[in-house]
Design a protein around this ligand. Structure first.
Ligand code: M6R
Length: 605
């Protein structure tokens, strides 16, 4: 979704901001723009373009010097993608420039009032309302002008503002949309994502909702929207700038799939306690007595994170014997759920910024619930809102579709399940068995990745399908759901996932030779039941690709994966299906890292 980057210092700002925008491309966008101060005070210079950052770059004139600037990638909400609707938005006198992530809910009302006062709008966006409000403010300082504008704004925002009469500063503010300050040596940056900062500094300040900041070249100051100083101190980002590079792979998706052995090793590191055959999770903030008092677990997430949550619920229920389920956060928050004090709520999110998840967390917290976060991005909004949680340590995930974060999130849930289980009814022997299984995962994932060439050959066959079915039973069902989502996201092939047990109750009607089925067939207590489903499909001349622990006779092809403990098998069975989706989409010539219509972080409703 939308991205912000800004800079104030001594360097030539345009190339720096364009490079920052390129770092934000992975989030998804449809247009981009940049504004810089003119060395001759009194005016701002702006260029905007519908399309990609390279289209914007092509329009930036040679003489576009400046040492302060803000830039933006826009993902259209109010008004179609166009040059005019792109950000920044300037007032008619070219004095005030605003870039904005989020949505102004009362934009229509404010626009009508401003138009009645004679203001002429240049775009259809909600953001332009903010520009005019700031431009019309009679306050003496830029900070006060912005504060006055924000007083009448309802909705979410991360904004950066420049003013031609206050060229020594950029003023920024946050409410529901990330704003991160990058603290440099005699230069300051701001962005909506550390990806745009990390090449310049690893010292960052993440603003809280209701917080503002003034950035000057050699200084920054944070304060609330009501003016109280907050004195935020910088933290060091752990991720390396190199993690955002392609590292010799053709796509980020391929890089991230191949990083999974290391990523899983990282999520396990330092957390296993062999003495008690348990797991320590430093940030949970849940003592053993509280853990024993939990009566239910409810996991909330969206998309792939929801699927990881479904597997997590199974792991927690199975090992800790606490009733657990997962639900899309986007649905949960609109159905007025009963919030129970003995339920542990767990919010799952790679980005930690997904609006539907964040809103569910905020609603739960408002009602007094205990909420944990299972999150990848350290210091993100959901991580900060939660009472405690587990970081999944997958490293930055740039491809719009999630792979390594999914895997690491499921492993993080396995760790949590062992932790809760060993406080409750999981025996020492079972604790040890699962821990040994967890330790085998990185090597087993590598073994699956080493079979990529075979999966690639299968993908060539599937690239011809118009539609595909994915089935799995109990632990295998969320694997089927995630594999089907992955395929549709990047190949645009229609795919459905069903519990194998539900076949006879309807979807069997779809089976015919042109509809391939991918079946998850682990060697566990449900093996025979799963084989029966394969028989039913074969009897209707359906083509089958099985993901199993040994060759399946009824399947046309079997991808054999290494066996782990039954509970951990779903982690391994998902990996070849990431590669299948990848190579299918590649064979179809899709833009894998940036699938159409999708954004990496969905920070609006
Ligand atoms: O950052 P989050 O994990 O909260 O994102 C949730 C979903 O938007 C995300 O998983 C989405 O489904 C991805 N495109 C999956 O590949």
């Amino acid at each position: 979704m939308c991205g912000i980057v800004g800079y104030i210092g001594k360097r030539d700002v345009a190339p720096l901001l364009l490079e920052g925008l390129a770092r934000l491309e992975y989030r998804g966008y449809d247009s981009a723009g940049i504004v810089v101060n003119s060395p001759k005070a009194g005016a701002l210079k702006m260029v905007k373009a519908k399309g990609r950052v390279r289209d914007l770059e092509a329009r930036v004139p040679k003489r576009f010097a400046g040492t302060t600037g803000i830039a933006h990638t826009r993902w259209a909400t109010h008004g179609a993608p166009s040059d005019l609707n792109s950000h920044p938005h300037l007032d008619p006198e070219n004095k005030v420039a605003v870039v904005h992530n989020g949505i102004v809910d009362n934009a229509a009302e404010l626009r009508a009032k401003l138009e009645a006062d004679g203001v002429v709008f240049a775009s259809e966006t909600d953001t332009e309302v903010i520009t005019h409000l700031i431009a019309r403010s009679q306050a003496d300082s830029l900070e006060e002008k912005v504060r006055e504008a924000l007083k009448v704004i309802e909705g979410t925002y991360g904004i950066a503002v420049m003013h031609a009469d206050f060229t020594d500063r950029i003023v920024v503010a946050r409410n529901g949309s990330p704003v991160i300050l990058g603290i440099g040596e005699k230069e300051m940056l701001v962005a909506s994502d550390v990806a745009a900062l990390i090449a310049h500094t690893r010292q960052v300040v993440t603003l809280n909702d209701g917080e503002m900041a003034t950035l000057k070249a050699d200084d920054f100051r944070t304060y609330t929207t009501s003016g109280t100083t907050t004195n935020a101190t910088p933290e060091t980002v752990e991720w390396e700038a190199a993690s955002y590079d392609m590292g010799g792979h053709d796509t980020y998706m391929h890089k991230e799939i191949s990083e999974q052995p290391d990523a899983v090793d990282r999520v396990l590191r330092g957390r296993i306690d062999d003495r008690f055959n348990t797991v320590h999770l430093g940030g949970l903030n849940l003592d053993p007595r509280e853990a024993r008092g939990i009566r239910r677990v409810k996991i909330l997430g969206c998309g792939t994170s929801y699927h990881a949550g479904l597997i997590g619920a199974g792991l927690i229920e199975g090992m800790a014997r606490i009733p657990a389920d997962a639900e899309p956060a986007s649905e949960f928050r609109y159905r007025n759920p009963v919030v129970d004090p003995d339920t542990l709520y767990i919010a799952v999110s790679q980005s930690g910024e997904t609006y539907d998840v964040l809103a569910a967390v905020q609603e739960l917290k408002r009602k007094g619930a205990r909420v944990l976060g299972v999150v990848n991005v350290v210091g993100s909004a959901i991580a900060r809102e939660a009472d405690g949680g587990v970081y999944v340590h997958a490293g930055p995930e740039v491809c719009v579709v999630s792979t390594k974060c999914f895997t690491n999130t499921v492993v993080a849930f396995a760790l949590l399940a062992v932790h809760l289980g060993r406080i409750r009814d999981l025996s020492v022997t079972d604790g040890k068995r699962i821990i040994e299984g967890l330790r085998k995962l990185p090597a087993q994932i590598q073994e699956i990745l080493d079979g990529e060439e075979d999966i690639k050959k299968l993908a060539a066959e599937f690239a011809e399908a118009k539609s595909m079915m994915f089935i799995g039973r109990v632990r295998g069902y969320p694997v089927a759901l995630e594999a089907s989502l992955k395929l549709k996201e990047i190949s645009y092939i229609h795919a459905e996932a069903y519990p194998a047990s539900e076949l006879k109750h309807g979807p069997l009607a779809l089976i015919e030779p042109s509809l391939p089925t991918v079946a998850i067939v682990p060697d566990d207590d449900l093996l025979e039941k799963n084989r029966a489903a394969l028989e039913e499909i074969k009897a209707r001349s359906g083509r089958i690709l099985a993901v199993a622990h040994r060759e399946q006779e009824k399947a046309d092809h079997t991808i054999v994966v290494p066996k782990n403990e039954d509970e951990l098998d779903p982690i391994l069975m998902g990996i070849p299906l990431q590669l299948l989706a990848y190579h299918t989409a590649l064979a179809m010539g899709r833009d894998i890292d940036k699938p159409r219509n999708l954004a990496k972080s969905v920070t609006v409703e």
